[in-house]
Design a protein around this ligand. Structure first.
Ligand code: SAM
Length: 626
């Protein structure tokens, strides 16, 4: 074992058993070095995962609930370390989360995350390894929560992208879909070397069945006045591509309208999208359609042109003087010249009738193979100029102006309560693309709660029923937990205001349960776990929402005409009678004494007795990540 690993271990080697020492040694000797490697403390890792179980409890302070709205609570804000929260969610939400978005600490600032109960200093020798280990533990747990069509999107800055991507490749093997780059500011920022670093990344990993929603094609522009065209509605699309005549000399050529004989010059900075047979070599095996083939099919439409609008040059000198006087053919909208002295084909244009305007191509709606265009990997800034002309172009998302995230919080909470929140419009766009209206969306580095705001606003906009689960820590120093409470005072306060309305913004409606976590050693669970906590887990597991526990003898978690899920911690004659009354349904009965319940209910074959505690314990705690 080298010096580095010894340092990192920070454990008392003398206290380890022989077996533990042996395991440690074998691991360090055989550890794979290819790919991403970071120093990790295997023993602590195992212990942290397997030592105890974690459970959720409604939080209140001075007898007042911190939850907002009325039950059943469809959304959750969990205060505390997300490692524990993810372990809780393994009990209740395995394979249920369709979208995870996280914006973890980027490991750049001082003290922005806690490793093994201590903040890691900026100059810590193993900061990068600890950061990777910190994320690894959490990502492993998060992976199991995804549905078979689930997706995880992770924000990261340019500096740490490579490391995180390798880590993601390791955890989400075979699931890499790609990444988005988004513009963080609409102004420049010289970060040295004449380089303006104003973008960040969002890495996207998804299970096989996932797809982004894409963008529906705008079908309004497809028309068929008086149903005159038997092929149905059509639209006119530009026939140019963003390449210069130097890049694509083969698609730089003049087009002639076969009916009028008028000629249309090519834009030297934006050539035609289709090849011309006049430019193809005789043995060329081009598979795409040529402009001539579209002309023969009558699919190229030329603008109407009056004879007095035509341009004509009898000699090259006339043409050159027109160019010098800025009176040559122009692009109709941008008014940029189509002819320049340096262009190779000027002689061609002598003695030709040159028409203004641009030809376009007819596209029939019923020939579209898909009415959805895919989302692009670029999220444009508000001022960025994109080629939106091309209807076959991929669809890009936009984020709003820089500072939007901070302004959003200031507007809601009236003060700068959080550094570097994400812009709500960015998260909204991601969710608009990645989520469906009934999805559960998880953000376990929720910070100031931007994701909840985005979910609530998106639901309001498209009448969706998306649910959110947010985990936010209190950001208090570990040895002084009362010092600060980010989760309560910023995240939950913000989400409450969005739900209830603020300034002149209308309420989005909705609610959330505010929960804290309780840790119990495995050995103490049976004795110490109380009914309320069991109820919370069962409720989330079977309903995906939380109801306060009413401490009745027979607690219906869920029922419809065919099934009922019931929690009866203690069975007595009255409870048994009530259960039998319900037994026209299939019943899943959770109790503390499933054995005796099964005996008492033997004649009722459609009642299945389960141990409440065991059913919770089975999925918590022990996690094998190797
Ligand atoms: C980059 S911020 C997220 C900001 C968030 N996207 C927003 O718009 O407000 C990361 C957050 O994760 C929190 N965090 C760090 N370690 C955590 C942990 N172990 N459990 C929960 N949250 C943690 C940090 O305190 C910080 O609030």
């Amino acid at each position: 074992m080298d010096e580095i690993n010894q340092d990192l271990l920070q454990v008392n080697l003398d206290a380890l058993t022989e077996n533990e020492l042996r395991k440690l040694l074998t691991l360090y000797m055989t550890q794979q070095k290819l790919g991403l490697y970071w120093e990790r403390n295997q023993i602590e890792h195992d212990k942290a995962l397997n030592n105890n179980s974690v459970f959720l409890r409604f939080a209140d302070e001075q007898g007042k609930s911190l939850s907002v709205g009325t039950p059943p609570y469809r959304n959750l804000i969990i205060e505390g370390d997300n490692f524990d929260a993810l372990r809780c969610l393994r009990i209740t939400h395995t394979n249920k989360i369709r979208v995870i978005y996280i914006d973890p600490p980027y490991n750049t600032g001082n003290k922005d995350w806690v490793y093994n109960d201590r903040y890691v200093n900026k100059d810590d020798r193993y900061k990068a390894s600890m950061w990777l280990e910190f994320l690894y533990r959490r990502l492993i747990l998060a992976r199991d929560l995804l549905t078979s069509d689930g997706v995880i999107m992770v924000s990261i800055n340019d500096e740490n992208r490579a490391k995180l991507e390798l880590l993601m490749d390791k955890v989400f093997q075979g699931m890499r879909l790609g990444s988005f780059a988004w513009r963080t500011k609409d102004t420049g920022n010289d970060s040295g070397g004449n380089f303006s670093a104003v973008h960040e990344h969002i890495l996207v990993y998804a299970r096989g069945e996932f797809s982004f929603n894409g963008n529906s094609l705008n079908t309004k522009k497809y028309r068929n006045p008086n149903n005159a065209d038997p092929k149905g509605p059509s639209a006119l699309n530009p026939i140019t591509k963003a390449h210069t005549y130097k890049d694509r000399p083969n698609t730089y050529y003049p087009i002639q309208d076969p009916n009028t004989g008028y000629w249309y010059p090519c834009d030297p900075d934006r050539v035609w999208a289709y090849a011309s047979e006049t430019k193809l070599k005789p043995d060329s095996k081009i598979r795409a359609e040529t402009i001539e083939s579209y002309l023969r099919q009558n699919l190229i439409v030329f603008p109407e042109c009056k004879p007095e609008d035509l341009l004509y040059y009898a000699t090259k000198d006339e043409l050159l003087s027109a160019i010098h006087a800025g009176k040559g053919p122009m692009l109709p909208q941008k008014k940029t010249p189509l002819f320049r002295e340096d262009l190779p084909d000027l002689d061609f244009w002598v003695d030709k009738q040159i028409a203004p305007g641009r030809p376009s191509k007819k596209a029939y709606l019923n020939e579209k193979t898909s009415l959805i265009s895919p989302v692009s990997s670029w999220i444009g800034g508000i001022k960025e100029d994109f080629d939106e002309e091309d209807e076959d172009a991929i669809f890009f998302m936009r984020s709003q102006k820089g500072r939007e995230g901070t302004d959003a919080i200031n507007e809601i909470l009236g003060a700068k309560a959080f550094n570097y929140p994400k812009p709500p419009s960015l998260i909204m766009e991601l969710l608009r693309q990645a989520s469906k209206p009934n999805d559960i969306i998880l953000d376990f580095f929720a910070g100031s709660g931007t994701t909840a705001q985005a979910v609530l606003q998106l639901n309001k906009e498209d009448k969706g029923n998306r649910q959110f689960i947010l985990v936010s820590n209190n950001e208090a120093p570990p040895n002084d937990p009362e010092n600060k409470n980010l989760c309560r005072d910023v995240c939950a306060a913000r989400v409450r205001r969005v739900i209830e309305g603020y300034n002149n913004r209308k309420a989005t409606g909705g609610n959330f349960a505010y929960c804290r976590m309780e840790k119990l050693n495995h050995a103490d669970v049976v004795q110490d776990l109380d009914e309320e906590v069991i109820w919370n887990s069962l409720c989330l597991k079977h309903r995906n929402e939380l109801l306060p526990y009413l401490t009745k003898k027979l607690n219906i978690i869920y029922q419809d005409n065919e099934t009922a899920v019931i929690f009866c911690p203690h069975l007595d004659d009255e409870t048994i009678t009530n259960l039998i009354d319900l037994s026209s349904r299939q019943i899943i009965l959770y109790s503390n004494r499933p054995q005796s319940a099964a005996e008492l209910l033997t004649p009722y074959k459609n009642i299945k007795s389960l141990s409440a505690i065991e059913s919770i314990m089975q999925e918590t705690g022990v996690v094998n990540v190797y």
